[in-house]
Design a protein around this ligand. Structure first.
Ligand code: NAG
Ligand code: NAG
Ligand code: NAG
Ligand code: NAG
Ligand code: NAG
Ligand code: NAG
Ligand code: NAG
Ligand code: NAG
Length: 478
């Protein structure tokens, strides 16, 4: 949301490394593994996660988006690769060695890496296919405090550059590219990015490259992320981009309420993504659906579609419960948000676009929303004037069609909804039904511009752009 800051020189302090000692220990371990693991199929002590029923009952669930394979053929502990969970030793090499080894089981029944109770400091590492990362009870993965341990990788093609800085961007702590069948789960173990170092660089304007995510999966499919806690991400916490068939379920995602851009979960240019039963507190949107930035997103044309966001709750004092955009240049369609609960936040739902974005937002259904102490309950916004470079197209207007919002109850809400479209752009088919907002500031009025739609059974009385047409209202029946 912010404009790029001027990049300043930054001095990176080098920390003493235990890599040599570690390497020796691990080499011993590895030679043992190589002689034994081809013969020994280790059977998992912890069964693979079972998703609950496929939505037949009254509690609907995402299960169909992740197809579990057979139980993983081999299971190893990170300790077998030289890992030390003492909260000090760097495990970067241990994780990388583990993945190098377990990668070999990709087409031989798959593998699982267990992280036992302990505090495991590490730099960035990659995952592999047909693979489970399992954090046992009390396991904490801690992000390295050396920025060099988060190497810079290429910008995403749909962004054209790092989101915050020109050029490449720091890789995520846990990363995957081109993978299939990946499970990241456990017994409420946590992954803590220790992001404060990065937030400080952002605030002090010493950040040279865009901050890394806590977990990013690129070009991957059949993914399950569940039963874990994600803490203190440097930047957006969980970022599936160019992915399909992703289930994100039963997570706790926490970051300080004023930490910059620590979005919870951001499905980006991805299809069939289901996010459910998550509790999120952060300094930015709890969930934000995206699809690329201005001319880069337009030319890549990779939409986000078929996204389900269900039973998400939490708080974000400066942003929204669910955001659509602002990067939406590849298009966003068929999104369902249900059973959203937001409190002490700037907005509950917000559609963010701008001139230059192009793209579309269509068929968005938002239902059963509860909110308390929210500033602007429902908001469409424009005008952030946030572009990747001078090459953005002033004629690229977004098109918004079909936003259905129903069964909303808000208590102690400050303002009435603000729906600001863009002159000359299509913002139509907006339907609000059974929306009740109480405890507004005296005189609070709707603010609507360049939008068209209907409202049915909505209080306070909506703006004229949405005045219902009585019994002929299509909105009443959607
Ligand atoms: C989460 O953990 C519970 C309790 O161990 C287990 O029953 C369930 O299958 C797990 N769910 C997922 C999606 O991993
Ligand atoms: C993953 O396992 C499936 C079989 O379950 C196999 O067809 C596929 O090739 C494996 N993928 C990789 C990258 O090894
Ligand atoms: C992880 O993957 C990225 C690209 O997806 C690559 O640039 C990087 O070198 C890999 N890191 C390791 C440790 O293999
Ligand atoms: C959610 O995850 C927690 C661990 O974080 C687990 O104890 C609980 O059983 C899970 N709930 C469900 C419904 O799977
Ligand atoms: C998981 O751990 C987090 C942080 O330690 C905690 O806030 C949360 O309540 C725990 N969840 C469960 C289901 O135990
Ligand atoms: C609108 O979205 C819903 C939910 O994703 C989907 O079931 C429906 O088919 C979509 N409608 C159209 C016209 O695409
Ligand atoms: C209106 O919305 C409320 C939740 O805000 C819900 O309890 C109620 O059942 C809805 N009424 C209808 C007619 O759907
Ligand atoms: C009321 O709705 C009908 C049918 O959608 C439409 O033809 C008519 O123009 C609307 N009237 C007003 C005043 O908006």
């Amino acid at each position: 949301m912010e404009l790029p800051q001027k990049p300043w020189l930054v001095c990176l302090r080098r920390r003493p490394s235990l890599a040599i000692l570690l390497g020796a220990v691990a080499l011993l371990g590895l030679s043992w593994l190589q002689t034994t693991s081809s013969r020994v199929a280790v059977v998992s002590a912890i069964p693979p996660p079972a998703l609950d029923d496929a939505g037949a009952g009254p509690v609907r669930s995402c299960s169909s988006f992740y197809q579990p394979g057979r139980p993983r053929r081999v299971v190893f502990s990170i300790e077998r690769f030289g890992g030390v969970g003492d909260g000090k030793t760097s495990n970067t090499e241990a994780f990388r060695r583990a993945i190098d080894h377990l990668e070999k089981f990709g087409d031989k029944g798959g593998s699982q890496l267990n992280v036992p109770k302990g505090r495991w400091v590490t730099g960035s590492f990659n995952l592999t296919s047909n693979f489970t990362l399992f954090l046992e009870k009390g396991a904490v993965i801690l992000g390295s405090q050396d920025p060099k341990e988060w190497p810079v990788i290429e910008a995403l093609p749909s962004y054209g550059r790092g989101r915050e800085r020109f050029g490449g961007r720091h890789i995520s702590l846990i990363h995957g590219d081109g993978l299939t069948d990946v499970v990241i789960t456990g017994q409420n173990g946590s992954i803590d990015g220790q992001g404060r170092m990065w937030w400080d660089m952002w605030w002090s304007r010493t950040l040279e490259r865009t901050r890394g995510h806590l977990l990013e999966l690129v070009n991957s499919n059949n993914i399950l992320i569940s039963n874990l806690t994600f803490l203190n991400s440097p930047f957006w916490t969980i970022h599936p981009v160019y992915c399909s068939d992703v289930v994100i379920k039963n997570l706790t995602v926490l970051a300080p309420l004023h930490s910059p851009n620590t979005d919870g979960i951001d499905p980006d240019s991805s299809t069939n993504v289901c996010i459910e039963d998550c509790y999120i507190e952060s300094g930015d949107d709890l969930v934000a659906v995206k699809s690329g930035w201005d001319q880069y997103g337009i030319s890549m044309a990779r939409p986000s579609s078929n996204i389900i966001i269900r039973r998400v709750s939490g708080t974000t004092p400066t942003c929204s419960g669910v955001g659509i955009g602002s990067e939406m240049s590849g298009g966003i369609s068929n999104v369902v948000v249900e059973d959203l609960h937001v409190w002490d936040s700037a907005a509950a739902v917000r559609v963010k676009t701008d001139v230059g974005r192009g793209g579309y937002v269509s068929n968005i259904t938002i239902t059963n929303v509860k909110m308390e102490r929210v500033k602007i309950p429902i908001r469409f916004s424009r005008g952030s004037n946030d572009h990747p470079d001078e090459g953005w197209d002033r004629k690229a207007l977004p098109s918004i069609t079909g936003v259905y919002i129903s069964n909303v109850f808000g208590l102690n809400i400050e303002k009435a909804p603000v729906l600001e479209g863009i002159g000359g752009a299509k913002f139509e088919g907006v339907c609000l039904r059974n929306v009740s907002l109480v405890g507004l500031r005296p005189g609070a009025k709707w603010r609507c511009e360049f939008v068209a739609g209907e409202a049915y059974n909505v209080s306070p009385i909506p703006c004229f752009q949405l005045r219902s047409n009585g019994s002929t209202s299509w909105c009443k029946h959607t």
